[in-house]
Write a protein of this length. Structure first.
Length: 416
């Protein structure tokens, strides 16, 4: 079966009335993956003692092995967490920073991760160093800006994305990891948009820390992500929350190679069903979709065609994520910079209440940008619904009574 509308109806349970153009925020799961998750939940309910005290520890290594094969990483170096934000918190709040240490981050850091840096500034006396990144910068420009900041500030750790969220910018994280190694800086890669979206080889790149969500571009349910840690750092990384498996940094364990995963496999009686869906998600990608390369090829080509079509309709400009399934188009509206945040919040809220689709918007630089996601369940014509949604939201903003209140939290609660 060809990708597109027919594929969507055959494999996904979207409401028939909507056109899902915002995959980058929350992902989507095929029906077969949802079935696998449901079966896992039933397995728990049938015998909770056997599940939590025996089966869980027998099954998780198989799931890590699948993910490790895709990321090109040892299964002992990756552990399951609920989302990339949790993983970033695990690293930043575990690492034994000293007062005065610096953490370098970019202006397009995901909001919750930026807030974690702010929290550490208040609690631990570290200093955050921000590097400005613009949507039109080349990869060389990004590398040079970050390298210059590293030379000037000499941070202990640098955090950067594989692909930033808003706007969607392909960050040359592979080159940045190399720069960090050369300059003795710890690298923390936020790959929330990673597995399934771009090729990844952790054994080749060897970052110090790397996290990626499986619920976005790998088609698992929400609350499914992994954290990769270089084995030389195992002793310093602890679970969030601290739980039964806690071991002090200076205390040896019988099998140091499994020190990391043994700490993270069980942190409490949480829902592990999303991890149990990983085999079904991988089978869907390989069998129903023809493999991850075929998925990426379709989505990347669709993204380029859609981006050009939308930009032509808007009369603005299209900026790709550089060969990925997310892209950006400047919104055709002229709003003073001090009013852009309010306008974006209004237009996002308007779409939720009045549209059959949702196109994410964000202020960036001097303009408002729309971020779009191509997917195997979409065709080019679907993006016309997004064009209408954005244009309707703009019109509603321009006709909004001055006294009308606007919700202001929408951009802060998405896509962990």
């Amino acid at each position: 079966m060809e990708f597109g509308t027919e594929f969507r109806e055959a494999h996904f349970c979207f409401d028939k009335k909507i056109v899902p153009l915002n995959h980058g925020s929350f992902g989507a799961i095929p029906d077969c993956v949802f079935k696998a998750q449901s079966e896992a939940l039933h397995k728990v309910l049938r015998d909770k003692e056997r599940f939590y005290l025996r089966d869980l520890f027998q099954d998780l290594p198989e799931f890590r092995k699948i993910v490790g094969s895709v990321l090109d990483a040892s299964p002992n170096n990756i552990a399951f967490v609920t989302n990339a934000t949790t993983a970033v918190n695990v690293v930043l709040r575990s690492w034994p920073f000293q007062s005065g240490d610096k953490i370098l981050y970019t202006s397009v850091i995901y909001g919750s991760c930026g807030n974690t840096v702010k929290f550490l500034e208040l609690r631990s006396g570290i200093k955050g160093v921000k590097v400005e990144i613009d949507i039109k910068m080349s990869e060389d420009d990004i590398v040079q800006a970050i390298e210059k900041a590293i030379d000037a500030e000499k941070p202990k750790m640098a955090i950067f994305d594989t692909v930033s969220s808003l706007p969607a910018i392909r960050i040359p994280w592979e080159r940045l990891v190399s720069v960090c190694k050369q300059k003795d800086v710890l690298s923390l890669v936020d790959g929330a948009h990673g597995i399934g979206l771009i090729p990844i080889s952790l054994n080749t790149i060897k970052p110090d820390f790397f996290t990626t969500n499986l619920h976005k571009w790998f088609y698992t349910p929400n609350s499914c992500a992994v954290l990769y840690v270089d084995p030389k750092h195992f002793r310093h990384i602890h679970t969030t929350p601290i739980s039964h498996s806690f071991v002090r940094d200076d205390v040896p364990v019988p099998d140091e190679a499994k020190r990391f995963v043994d700490r993270f496999d069980f942190t409490g009686t949480i829902d592990y069903s999303a991890a149990y869906s990983i085999p079904a998600a991988w089978k869907f990608i390989t069998d129903e979709c023809g493999g991850i390369q075929k998925v990426q090829a379709y989505c990347n080509e669709l993204a380029e065609k859609a981006g050009k079509m939308i930009a032509q309709d808007f009369g603005t400009e299209y900026v790709s994520g550089q060969g990925i399934a997310m892209f950006n188009v400047r919104v055709p509206v002229d709003i003073p910079k001090e009013k852009q945040r309010e306008a974006v919040d209004f237009m996002l809220d308007y779409q939720l209440h009045h549209s059959n689709t949702y196109v994410h918007l964000t202020p960036h630089g001097d303009h408002i940008w729309s971020r779009w996601s191509a997917q195997i369940y979409l065709e080019l014509d679907d993006f016309n619904q997004g064009i209408k949604s954005v244009r309707d939201a703009i019109k509603a903003w321009e006709n909004k009574p001055p006294s009308q209140k606007t919700r202001s939290f929408l951009n802060s609660v998405e896509e962990d």
